[in-house]
Ligand binder design. Structure first.
Ligand code: IVH
Length: 705
């Protein structure tokens, strides 16, 4: 989908767009990190993130409390123990064009107020999954996945089965050292694994990264042991003593301790050398024998890295320069329409199978009807206005992902008899009219819960991992029960009456069915029973209300704390009421989400289904979360005058990292003014208002710098 340019968005449109992007990115994160089943390509993900950042830059006031810019990765899956990372595991800022590399260098030098050239390391960006390995006294004591960056999964037993990961470090060891790097699978091992999986009738993996993730995250470490995983070390977290003075030397040190480090890691004296190394790595990409998706640049001097610090989820001292996506041409055999949970009609291209970057592709997304017609949601041409027709030769695009997309069409190869594709205006599943709301690029089935496709997708969402996550009741079982004549489950509430209905039916018991037995039927009922008690945030996410993803559900739950309070509020909330005001005042809840909630709770059929569900459950209230622990947490700070020890940007970033709010001007709400030489009117304002004034040194002592 080509979107409206950020420069032309009105404030209202930007608000709605930020809500949409937050939702889309949260869903993509969950699919990728928690479910190991990406739904969009990395390139699409990056595009969504960039658009989000661009809108936030234009409308800083609209930035959401749950902004995707502040988040890394997905939530922790259940099944593994949790590990709180002592040093957060971060993501990297992405760049695609050469100019962005020079911009990065400029930005770094400006931040440091350093006019001279800086050295950077450049190394391949490995397309696997990151892992943190904790060594105490040189012995491996814990391995953890990234998770959401703060809390990961404990995969120690699995990591111990990986030959590249030393159990014991060699040479001079530190008392504590967390080594970080990437777990990956080579192309040859991936092909052999998939052949074995296929031969034994097991699921095959879409690409080496998914195979690596699926193999590492096995509850049974014996399975991991049988999978050929590898590991490159490229970074570190908690450490009791410095590893070295530079990034480059630290990598050498990791190598000396017994880790594999990437042989294509070099030191560059500036952007030109960085780009040269990028070209060299790109040229070798196809023959490396493992997937990489770009080149990572890092400021070499570790003292400068420390000064540069972090934004909310990425370091200022590193940049991932991504490779362009991979392409191939093939024939479009047909277009299927899938109906999703919110009624969205999604066109899917059925393709003549073609290999794109080593993966055979036979399906690709066509986004929506405008995309097929060759225009964006505002009627502006995309692909120079070329439409896409069945029988066309089309260009398929992917970037280390699972769902590829159709990017272009070759008109010179179009058959004379071809006809423009007519997008259905009725739902192919239930026949209800399919409408498009103004400004929405998606056509949606209006059938609501009467549409079997929507109802079944809602149920699948309801039982999915971040939602009710009922063991033994996955997508397949939901499909089966949905169509079942004896024990139908068509609404979430009916899941919780399943056992009673089965007990009351003397004849065809579930345990006598094919695929079930005494034990499995009893287990299913027990798993359902176990979920009758549910946390409020999970319940809210489970309802599958448009725009209410996992993050939003958490915000709502923490604000209202109980189901009763939440339900009473959304039942009364319509624009203009006090309840509406309260709902939209929640940081991260915009008008679009609020309206969507209100629509769901005020629609009689939806409401009946929600009430029936709530009557079956015991809904647990949610505790609110504590803030960062620091002397300046929650304080509003203003900087003025000349700072001598650091730039204004650096000071602001540090303060924010410690939980302070940094304001541009002094008001009665200001807690602290940090005044350097030459402070003028702000210092006078502070004096007048009785705001505490300190100098830069006092500030540094206060924050323990
Ligand atoms: S450095 C604080 N170096 O890319 C920065 N990351 O897109 C730590 N990755 O989460 C990361 N190769 O999983 C770094 N040579 C490399 C990498 C690399 C792959 C991954 C890593 C990171 C992700 C960000």
């Amino acid at each position: 989908m080509r979107e409206q340019p950020v420069e032309t968005l009105t404030e209202g449109e930007a608000l709605a767009e930020l809500a949409r992007l937050a939702q889309a990115l949260a869903a993509a994160n969950r699919a990728y990190h928690t479910l190991d089943a990406p739904e969009i390509s990395d390139a699409e993900y990056d595009a969504l993130k960039q658009r989000n950042a661009a809108i936030e830059a234009r409308f800083p006031g609209l930035k959401r409390g749950d902004s995707p810019s502040d988040q890394v990765g997905g939530a922790v899956a259940e099944g593994f123990g949790k590990v709180q990372h002592r040093v957060r595991m971060l993501s990297l800022e992405n760049a695609f064009a050469a100019e962005e590399v020079a911009d990065f260098d400029d930005r770094v030098r400006r931040f440091l107020n350093s006019p001279g050239a800086l050295a950077y390391t450049a190394e391949p960006k490995i397309d696997g999954l990151s892992l943190s390995l904790r060594y105490e006294g040189g012995i491996l004591v814990q391995a953890a996945t990234r998770g959401d960056g703060e809390v990961g999964e404990n995969v120690t037993e699995n990591a111990r089965t990986i030959a590249d990961i030393p159990q014991r470090l060699s040479g001079e060891v530190l008392q504590v050292l967390e080594v970080r790097g990437e777990v990956y699978m080579s192309h040859a091992d991936f092909a052999a694994l998939n052949a074995r999986q296929a031969a034994s009738g097991d699921k095959t993996f879409a690409n080496p990264r998914n195979a690596a993730a699926g193999s590492l995250r096995q509850l049974d470490a014996r399975i991991t042991a049988a999978r050929p995983l590898r590991f490159f070390a490229y970074s570190w977290g908690d450490h009791s003593a410095p590893l070295a003075a530079t990034q480059f030397d630290a990598i050498q040190r990791l190598h000396a301790l017994g880790f594999q480090t990437n042989p294509l890691t070099v030191l560059c004296d500036g952007p030109e050398a960085m780009l040269a190394h990028y070209s060299l790595i790109e040229a070798q990409r196809a023959t490396l024998g493992y997937d990489i998706d770009g080149v990572v640049y890092k400021v070499n001097d570790l003292a400068l890295q420390a000064r540069l610090g972090f934004r909310s989820s990425t370091p200022r001292w590193a940049l991932a320069h991504k490779f362009p996506a991979q392409l191939a041409w093939t024939e479009l055999l047909g277009i299927d329409i899938q109906v999703g949970r919110t009624g969205a009609l999604s066109p899917v291209a059925r393709l003549k199978p073609v290999t794109v970057g080593g993966v055979v592709v036979s399906n690709a997304t066509l986004h929506n009807e405008d995309y097929i017609a060759g225009r964006d949601s505002r009627g502006q041409p995309i692909r120079a206005g070329k439409d896409i027709r069945i029988g066309d030769l089309v260009q398929v695009y992917r970037a280390g992902d699972v769902i590829p997309k159709v990017a272009d069409v070759d008109l010179s190869r179009r058959k004379d008899a071809s006809q423009p594709y007519v997008f259905p205006t009725e739902c192919p599943e239930c026949g209800s009219p399919a409408h498009r709301e103004e400004g929405d690029s998606v056509r949606r089935c209006t059938g609501g819960l009467i549409c079997p496709a929507q109802a079944v997708e809602r149920l699948k969402h309801f039982v999915s991992r971040g939602a009710f996550d009922i063991e033994g009741l996955g997508a397949k079982q939901v499909e089966m029960f949905f169509r079942d004549a004896i024990l139908p489950v068509r609404t979430p509430a009916e899941i919780f009456t399943l056992a009673a209905r089965d007990a009351a039916n003397p004849l065809q018991k579930l345990r006598n069915r094919e695929g079930f037995g005494d034990v499995s039927a009893a287990k299913l009922f027990a798993a359902i029973e176990a979920r009758r008690t549910i946390a409020l945030d999970r319940l809210l996410f489970s309802l599958g209300i448009r725009h209410v993803g996992e993050v939003a559900a958490g915000l709502l739950a923490r604000h209202y704390t109980t189901w009763e309070a939440f339900e009473a509020a959304v039942t009364k909330a319509t624009p203009g009421t006090a309840e509406w005001g309260e709902l939209t005042s929640i940081n991260g809840v915009g008008e679009v989400m609020a309206q969507s909630l209100v629509d769901a709770f005020q629609n009689p059929a939806e409401r009946a289904a929600i009430d029936a569900l709530a009557a079956q459950l015991s809904i647990q209230p949610v505790q609110s979360r504590g803030a960062v622990d620091s002397p300046v947490a929650g304080k509003t700070v203003v900087f003025t005058g000349t700072l001598e020890k650091m730039t204004r940007a650096e000071a602001k970033a540090r303060a924010e990292a410690l939980g302070a709010k940094v304001a541009g001007s002094v008001s009665a709400k200001t807690d602290l003014l940090v005044a350097g030489p030459g402070a003028g009117s702000k210092a006078k304002d502070a004096e007048r208002l009785g705001v505490e004034i300190i100098d830069e040194d006092a500030w540094l002592r206060l924050i323990g710098a």
